[in-house]
Design a protein around this ligand. Structure first.
Ligand code: SME
Length: 170
């Protein structure tokens, strides 16, 4: 289940907003009644990694309950990654600090970018905010420059929202 085939890549290219709407419905049913945060982060990362072309990393960083203003690595798909990211550092830390989605077409042009996987060339980071409080970020990386546009960023915000609504966050 949930495999990406050539016809889906075509569908994705033809109408990204519609493709992400379909993904959101599928993710909702995949997460189902279970609200465990770790389970849902693991499933959401794997689902995004499987269902979108040209990704090399997809996963979560969490607000670290043991160290304020700092992110700690959560469940993900991809190569091993940096464990701690202070708010304000790199793309994830910036999204966490200003609580706004970051769409970066070329990570080399982003001041302070953290190169966990040297293959990453572009990325989108969506902050996960509940009642004004930063709970974590969803980070999606690609080995291609300019891989993502504003429709992808809006699509990842939609998927992050499905994740948030289905999960009990700590
Ligand atoms: N690229 C991120 C760091 C995390 S990894 O890519 C998984 C950043 O600059 O925030």
């Amino acid at each position: 289940m949930f495999e990406l085939d050539p016809s889906q890549i075509e569908e994705y290219s033809r109408n990204k907003p519609e493709y992400y709407r379909q993904l959101a419905l599928q993710l909702e049913s995949l997460l189902g009644e279970d609200s465990n945060m770790v389970t849902n982060m693991a499933q959401t990362s794997a689902f995004i990694f499987q269902m979108l072309p040209d990704l090399n990393w997809a996963g979560f960083y969490l607000a670290n309950p043991e160290k304020s203003n700092s992110l700690i690595l959560g469940p993900y798909q991809g190569k091993v990654a940096c464990v701690h990211i202070p708010f304000g550092r790199g793309v994830c830390g910036t999204a966490a600090q200003i609580q706004e989605t970051q769409l970066v077409e070329d990570v080399e042009q982003f001041e302070g970018h953290i190169a966990c996987d040297a293959a990453s060339q572009s990325e989108v980071v969506v902050p996960l905010v509940v009642d004004g409080e930063l709970k974590g970020v969803l980070d999606i990386d690609s080995p291609k420059k300019e891989r993502f546009d504003t429709e992808d960023a809006a699509g990842f915000e939609l998927l992050a929202d499905v994740f948030l609504k289905s999960s009990s966050l700590i």
